[in-house]
Ligand binder design. Structure first.
Ligand SMILES: CC(C)(COP(=O)(O)OP(=O)(O)OC[C@H]1O[C@@H](n2cnc3c(N)ncnc32)[C@H](O)[C@@H]1OP(=O)(O)O)[C@@H](O)C(=O)NCCC(=O)NCCS
Length: 177
């Protein structure tokens, strides 16, 4: 796939050399609190990398600095269903780079690619109901809440609720006009 970029951000397929950074990110306390998946080892991370499906859009997020690209996270479209023209998106950014609008910039690039290049009709996400940052971000992007998934995940010794959000291509194009 081609590289996606905005003024400050560049997105490109995850490469082997990105894995150490992405693994460390998974182990950051602030990030781990909201990850639906359990922490993993480097071997798990490598296995995941080697098994990324051809249809998945698994990208590293880079900050465009003066003379170099600095990796700050990952974003992607997964579980792409060609028949139903649907995918799920996920994002994870370095805590030291949060609150600067980078997620908004990265997801807009990804949504544009998903709807206008992959021709998806719908992009969904699910996250813990108490993940205020992602809930606010998703609503700000125009996603609609589709459901509260009660006791949907078992995480850190307790069942936790999740919220499913969805955005349709026609609504994304509307917000871009
Ligand atoms: C969710 C996440 C991607 C947001 O990244 P970010 O770059 O800080 O987001 P932005 O700066 O683009 O903020 C966009 C909007 O998100 C919301 N938001 C972001 N951080 C927030 C926070 N700490 N509290 C409340 N709302 C927040 C706000 O609505 C914000 O808009 P505003 O600045 O106009 O108020 C980031 O916090 C993250 O990686 N969290 C850990 C991983 C995670 O939870 N991933 C999702 C589950 S898989």
């Amino acid at each position: 796939m081609r590289i996606l970029e905005s003024e400050r951000i560049l997105l490109k397929p995850i490469e082997l050399e990105d894995l150490n950074f992405l693994l460390n990110l998974r182990w950051e306390q602030e990030v781990m609190n909201y990850l639906i998946h359990d922490p993993i080892s480097y071997k798990n991370q490598l296995d995941w990398f080697n098994n990324i499906k051809k249809t998945d859009v698994a990208l590293s997020v880079f900050l465009k600095e003066e003379n170099e690209l600095k990796i700050i996270g990952t974003i992607g479209l997964y579980e792409i269903n060609a028949r139903h023209q649907r995918a799920i998106w996920r994002i994870r950014l370095d805590p030291s780079q949060q609150g600067k609008g980078y997620a908004t910039e990265a997801i807009n690039l990804l949504l544009d690619y998903g709807f206008n290049t992959l021709n998806l009709n719908k992009i969904i996400s699910d996250s813990f109901a108490n993940n205020i940052a992602i809930v606010n971000l998703t609503l700000k992007l125009g996603f609609k809440q589709e459901g509260l998934l009660v006791n949907h995940y078992f995480h850190k010794g307790e069942f936790r609720d999740a919220i499913q959000f969805g955005l349709l291509r026609k609504d994304f194009n509307c917000t871009k006009k």
